[in-house]
Design a protein around this ligand. Structure first.
Ligand code: ACO
Length: 416
């Protein structure tokens, strides 16, 4: 593992100099008051939110933040979006190269054959309240899968397991989606590709090309993204030699938060609240005056436009209702200008979530299925990262700087 100064410490345990820009903690409670020895952790770098810390070496994907560029296994995302199918990209991420025709057919068959859910997972989903959030249902469903199929998911994660969990994630979501509407889950049709099968299992009817094709491009765009929070979570869990379902369960939990994958439904809420082009300026002014964050803007790594946002903007223009697209576009333009005025130098641009909302709504999905659909795509990235972690594993175990007292004495309960 490498820090941005070029130092490396596998498992995040290296003692290294403070990186430029890292927040410094000068106070060291371990060193003075009680005369104990200085805590070596106090002199380690501690950038807030681990910004600038390189937590793993990966050949899977990389975000070139200054250039606004995303690369999967050597291919710029523009090379793949709209050209490669989701299964081709899954193969690319798992194997490091694009498949030939026979290899792609084989992967499609294996995914198709793995979509059915064990009865106990369906029973677990049936037991959830109908108003549970789909991301909570997914987290529960993946966890139940690990328990139901512990024979499959018990050993060191491998490609068979990656395929199995990638195939079952959309089935879990579709089953819960139907159960909460009082409908029975639809058995999968193995001949359908992932985008088709997901829509078929959700709505129980033949998916239309105008829906599954944009969904497939969306799945390609969201399949992997460097060391994002949920991927890091998956790698940390895998590094303990836990099982793949545990790693994916944790990753789903990390993805759920609005600072990561939970933003697109909030983008839709924002646009619905704004309601009209005339209300854009007053709404944004009120939100920013109130200290709110505008969902769908800003990114830890991109200091230029997220290339996925650019592609999704074009798709949204084609696929969504013209009035809704006009509202989105005006909101985006005013938000960018106002963020630049109020946060000069922060370089806040449109991120992937902003136009994901318009594209996924046009595909026919309700807002609370946006983040779960992100998870359908990212399961490929999570599993690929877990396999990469296991190929050269060392426990990921960083340190903390202790900032509490160390010299208290125990008092019996009646004396407190
Ligand atoms: N709206 C308003 N202000 C913002 C926004 C935003 N969307 N994003 C960042 N800022 C401001 C912060 O208030 C901060 O200002 P300050 O320096 O005056 O305090 C500055 O920009 C830097 O923000 P940080 O929080 O330090 O940036 P960080 O890298 O930690 O966070 C994040 C990145 C979480 C994505 C942030 O930009 C954000 O909250 N965006 C809105 C939520 C969102 O769109 N999430 C989806 C992210 S994409 C994904 O994960 C798939």
């Amino acid at each position: 593992m490498f820090d941005r100064n070029g130092g490396h410490g596998r498992g995040l345990d290296a003692e290294r100099p403070e990186p430029a820009g890292a927040r410094s903690q000068e106070h060291n409670p371990m060193s003075s008051a009680n005369g104990t020895q200085a805590d070596p952790a106090a002199s380690l770098p501690k950038p807030e939110g681990l910004e600038g810390v390189v937590a793993a070496a990966t050949a899977l994907s990389h975000v070139f933040g200054e250039e606004g560029r995303l690369v999967y296994r050597g291919y710029d995302i523009h090379e793949l979006a709209g050209k490669a199918g989701f299964e081709e990209v899954a193969y690319l991420l798992w194997h490091g190269r694009l498949p030939n025709g026979a290899e792609l057919d084989d992967l499609r068959q294996r995914l198709g054959a793995n979509r059915a859910l064990p009865e106990s997972v369906l029973a677990t989903l049936r037991a959830l309240p109908g108003d549970a959030e789909p991301m909570d249902a997914l987290r529960t469903g993946v966890s139940a899968l690990g328990a139901a199929e512990h024979g499959l998911f018990d050993a060191t994660p491998d490609l068979d397991e990656a395929i199995a969990v990638t195939a079952r994630v959309p089935s879990i979501l579709a089953a819960f989606f139907r159960l909460r509407r009082g409908e029975e889950p639809v058995p999968p049709r193995p001949e359908l590709n992932t985008a088709q099968s997901y829509l078929y299992q959700l709505f129980g009817r033949e998916p239309e090309p105008r829906h599954w094709r944009p969904l497939e491009v969306y799945l390609v765009l969201l399949a992997d993204h460097g060391m994002n929070a949920s991927t890091f979570t998956a790698r940390v869990i895998a590094s303990t030699q836990s099982d793949l379902c545990s790693a994916i369960t944790g990753a789903v939990g990390a993805l759920k938060g609005p600072l990561h994958g939970g933003a697109p439904s909030k983008v839709l809420d924002m646009l619905n609240e704004i309601g009209s082009v005339a209300n854009v300026e007053p709404w944004l002014t009120r939100a920013l005056d109130g200290g709110e964050r505008l969902m769908g803007f800003g990114h830890r790594v991109y200091k230029a436009e997220d290339p996925r946002a650019e592609i999704l903007r074009g798709m949204a223009e084609e696929a969504s209702d013209p009035a809704f697209f006009a509202l989105s576009k005006t909101t985006e333009e005013r938000a960018l200008a106002m963020l630049e005025e109020r946060k000069p130098g922060r370089r806040l641009y449109t991120n992937v979530e902003f136009y994901s909302a318009a594209v996924l709504a046009a595909v026919g999905l309700p807002g609370d299925m946006f983040t779960p659909t992100f998870a359908v795509a990212r399961t490929v990235g999570w599993t690929a990262h877990v396999l990469e972690q296991m190929a050269n594993n060392r426990l990921i175990r960083p340190q903390s700087e202790f900032v509490g007292p160390t010299d208290k004495h125990f008092a019996a309960i009646e004396a407190r």
